[in-house]
Each structure stands twice: as structure tokens, then as C-alpha cells.
Write a protein that binds this ligand. Structure first.
Ligand code: UD1
Ligand code: CA
Length: 462
């Protein structure tokens, strides 16, 4: 059998989110909700993925285009059955169609694999994933006959009291043979409480035409949670974060307090790294082996190589080499690149600068648009004056230079190999290799300046 085509229904408005952003783009564990569904579909073997879009269509297409999805447009949201009709031109005869909803981020690939397996092995034409809920409110209920076979699915709004008491619900996840599916969709009518074309109504059509409908009762009800509001969004967030932390721990990462450690889905962390409490690793961050991260570290799309220590600092779109020491209270901004063995200490901000191997910026400094060589020491209070209000300029500091405390480096400027700047100097001209660049007024002492007035009349100073 060929790979299934996955169709993700995502045209609905998601009114209860009360948001300008389309519901399926709301992030869960750092990825748009719908991307978790895409991931599950891919891991179940789907190669083609089609999203049915309507509300917020442009935003969704823009975000998902790069993920290799195709799109079908549902101009008016007339129901789930109507949504599926929109992919008719994109799906051929005799294909297996996996139907998913864009708002179920907890769904696992293995669950879809099982649905597909049952669909194939039982020779069914339609297969439905179901689950039993303590509180089935809001879901369609699965109505079975005395023999236990599915008869139909009834929406809550159309259900009688007896049907509402049924706890087995429709997960909204199906597998169909494409040929009868599109025939059945042609036969739908919107004569129900919501005046919509219900996808669920194709099932009685299948049965009435002598086709087989299988059901797969999924034991983990949590997985089918559909996100409708921000309370459910937070629930899903928590579940995915727990799954991610668990995966990391099983992969050799120590997480001292998983409940206060937030790691986005797209992040990787190497073996024997320890994550201390209140650490947040976001986006596409990558942390190597044997690192010590946190407490209170915040990484956004940052790369940290093996054996590095990051304490209470923010690292954003930057690269940190092996065996570095960062923080506490460092701020590495986009384009900061620390080579091996660099130390960046407290209250240091680095932007778009390379800091060479073994160099140290231990405290209270701003380094921007700079190229710093190896084994350089940058004293406390040093500032690269890289901006004149119009343009940015570069500072070059060669290997083994020593920048005295409180130096202003007015860019463009260069400090040569092994050169030194005097503490408090404002350096505007190149300092040649091994030279001392010093720029400050000579000190003068005014004696007695601080004496009480009564005594000062007798003192002589000039
Ligand atoms: C649907 C099922 C219900 C099931 C539940 C599971 C029907 C009639 N009901 O109900 O049995 O228990 O899902 O979560 O199918 N959508 C469109 N276009 C539309 C309408 C919906 O693309 O015109 C999309 C939505 O964006 C959403 C999905 O389809 O991703 C489900 O729609 P929703 O309105 O949430 O259906 P439910 O009422 O929850
Ligand atoms: Ca729903």
C-alpha cells in the first residue's frame, strides 16, 4: 500500500481563543500547534500533507509553506465535511486519506500508525479513532448497536439525553479510502442543529453502501485533546513540556527540577549536561555534552558547545564554544561568537562580535561590532563606542592585547598585538603592537581642598 495523504483541517476561526492569531499558529512548546500535528502525520508515514485553510489563511500559509505543505482553501466554514470536500482536486482515486485536525497537538505518530494498521488489516473503507472520556462534553458521541458495531456519530448539539450519556467520543481523526469518501461527501446535507456539513455523516453512508467502518479505541484520552481556549492551550503546553523533559532525561541529560525547566520541542541537549532550575531553552537552541546550564539561564536559538558553563544569563542567536564560562548576568546578543575557553562574566553585553580563544571579558563591559583576538583581557567598564548615531563601526583588538579598565574604544579603531590601553583612556587612534595607548589628563592634587572652612583660611594652596 502506498503512503497515506494527510489532510489537516484548519480553516475554523477558533473564536474561543480570543486572538488575532489563527488558532493553529499558537505555539505549544515553541512550535505552532499545527506543526505538532504535521510531525505526527509525517512520523506515521504521510508524505503529502494538505492543510485546509480559511480563517487567517495568509498567516497560516506563510508560516507553513516552508514545511512542504500543500493548501486547499475553504472560503466559508460550512462544517468539517465541507472542509474535506475542498481537497477533492488534490487527492486521486484509490488513495488512503488520513484526516486530522490542526488543533490536536498532543496526538502521537504511533497512534496514527496504529489507526493506519487497523485500517489496512481489517480491510476497512473508513476507520475512526475514538476514546473514552470521564467528561465527554463538547465531543461527538460514538453510537454503537447491540453487537457493538458503530452505527453513527452524533454531535452533542444533536444528541438526545441517552446519547449524551455515552462516554466514547469521536477523536476527529480518521482514515478513509479516497474513492468512496468523495462519493459520500457528495451526499452530505446540512440538516442538523448547526446547519453544517458534518464529516461524521459519511460513516452511515459507508455502512448503508455495504462498506466497512472500523473503530480504534485509543486508551490515552489526553492525546486527543482539541485546543479551543487558552486554558486547554496551557494544558497542552504542560503535557508537551513533560514529554520533552522526559525524552531528554532518558537521553542522558540531568534535569534537577523538571517542573521549572522549560525546553522547546526543537531544542537538543547532549549527554551528561545538567540543567539547573528556572532554565528556559527556546527555539532551535543546541547545547552540547557535559555543560552546566543555569540556574536561571535563558537560551533563544543559541548554540553552546561541550563542557561550557552558563549561569543566570541570556543567550540569544549566538554561538558559544567549548569550555567557556558565561555569566552570571551576561547578555549575549545576535552574532556574538565565543571561541574555545572564553570567559564572559557579570554585566557584560556582547553583540555581533567574535571573541577569540582564551580571551576574557570578566565584568561590566559592552563589546559590539568587534573582532577580538585570542588571549585578550578586556578590563571592567570597557565600552566599544560602535555607533555615532548614524552608522556602526568596527573595533579590532589583536591577540594578547590588554585593555585597561574603563577604556572607551571609539570605532573604527584598532588595538595591535600585545598592546595595552591605559585605564580610563578614550582611544580614538590605532595603538600599534606592544605599545601603551594612554589618553588622559595628568593628575593634579589640590592640597587641603577638603578641609573644614574654619581651618582653610589659614592654609595656603595654589
Ligand atoms: C468535531 C467532530 C466531533 C469530534 C470533534 C473532535 C464533526 C461534525 N464533529 O467537532 O465529532 O468529537 O471534532 O475534536 O466533525 N474546520 C474546518 N472547516 C469548517 C469547520 C471546521 O476546517 O468548516 C476544522 C477546524 O478548524 C478544526 C476541525 O475542523 O481544526 C474541527 O472543527 P471543530 O469545529 O472544532 O469541530 P468540533 O465541533 O470540535
Ligand atoms: Ca474542536
Amino acid at each position: 500500500m502506498t503512503a497515506p495523504v494527510a489532510v489537516i483541517l484548519a480553516a475554523g476561526k477558533g473564536v474561543r481563543m480570543k486572538s488575532e492569531m489563527p488558532k493553529v499558529l499558537h505555539p505549544v512548546a515553541g512550535l505552532p500547534m499545527v506543526m505538532h500535528v504535521v510531525r505526527a502525520a509525517r512520523s506515521a508515514g504521510a508524505q503529502r500533507l494538505i492543510a485546509v485553510v480559511g480563517h487567517g489563511r495568509q498567516q497560516i500559509e506563510q508560516r507553513l509553506q516552508a514545511e512542504g505543505l500543500e493548501f486547499a482553501v475553504q472560503e466559508q466554514q460550512l462544517g468539517t465535511g465541507h472542509a474535506l470536500m475542498q481537497v477533492r482536486g488534490l487527492v486521486g482515486e484509490g488513495e488512503t486519506v488520513l484526516v486530522l485536525c490542526g488543533d490536536t497537538p498532543l496526538l502521537r505518530g504511533e497512534t496514527l500508525r496504529r489507526l493506519l494498521e487497523v485500517h489496512r488489516q481489517s480491510g476497512a473503507d473508513a476507520s475512526v479513532l475514538t476514546s473514552c472520556l470521564e467528561d465527554p462534553r463538547g465531543y461527538g458521541r460514538v453510537v454503537r448497536n447491540a453487537g457493538g458495531d458503530l452505527v453513527r456519530i452524533v454531535e452533542e448539539k444533536d444528541a438526545c439525553a441517552e446519547e449524551r450519556a455515552i462516554r466514547e467520543v469521536n477523536a476527529g481523526i480518521y482514515c478513509f479510502s479516497s474513492t468512496p469518501l468523495f462519493q459520500a461527501l457528495d451526499g452530505l446535507s446540512p440538516d442538523n442543529a448547526q446547519g453544517e456539513y458534518y464529516l461524521t455523516d459519511v460513516l452511515p453512508w459507508f455502512l448503508g453502501h455495504g462498506l466497512r467502518v472500523a473503530t480504534v479505541l485509543h486508551p490515552d484520552a489526553e492525546e486527543i485533546l482539541g485546543i479551543n481556549d487558552r486554558v486547554q492551550l496551557a494544558q497542552a503546553e504542560q503535557v508537551l513540556r513533560q514529554r520533552k523533559n522526559r525524552e531528554l532525561m532518558l537521553g542522558g541529560v540531568t534535569i534537577i527540577d523538571p517542573s521549572s525547566t522549560l525546553v522547546d520541542w526543537g531544542v537538543s541537549v547532549g549527554e551528561d549536561t545538567v540543567l539547573y532550575p528556572f532554565t528556559i531553552l527556546e527555539g532551535s537552541s543546541r547545547v552540547g555534552r557535559r555543560c552546566r546550564i543555569g540556574p536561571g539561564a535563558h537560551l533563544i536559538d543559541a548554540r553552546v558547545a561541550d563542557g561550557t558553563v552558563v549561569d543566570k544569563s541570556t543567550l540569544w542567536d549566538c554561538q558559544v564554544g567549548e569550555a567557556c564560562q558565561v555569566g552570571p548576568y551576561a547578555y549575549l546578543r545576535p552574532g556574538a561568537c565565543l571561541e574555545r575557553g572564553v570567559k564572559v562574566g557579570d554585566f557584560v553585553e556582547i553583540k555581533k562580535s567574535v571573541i577569540g580563544q582564551g580571551s576574557k571579558v570578566p565584568h561590566l563591559a559592552y563589546v559590539g561590532d568587534a573582532e577580538v583576538g585570542s588571549y585578550v583581557n578586556i578590563g571592567a567598564g570597557t565600552i566599544t563606542c560602535n555607533y555615532d548615531g548614524r552608522a556602526k563601526y568596527k573595533t579590532v583588538i589583536e591577540d594578547h592585547a590588554f585593555i585597561g579598565s574603563n577604556t572607551n574604544l571609539v570605532a573604527p579603531v584598532k588595538v595591535g598585538y600585545g598592546a595595552i590601553t591605559g585605564a580610563g583612556s578614550t582611544i580614538t587612534k590605532e595603538v600599534p603592537p606592544y605599545a601603551l595607548g594612554v589618553e588622559r589628563a595628568r593628575q593634579r592634587n589640590i592640597s587641603g581642598w577638603g578641609k573644614p572652612e574654619a581651618e582653610s583660611s589659614t592654609s595656603d594652596d595654589s
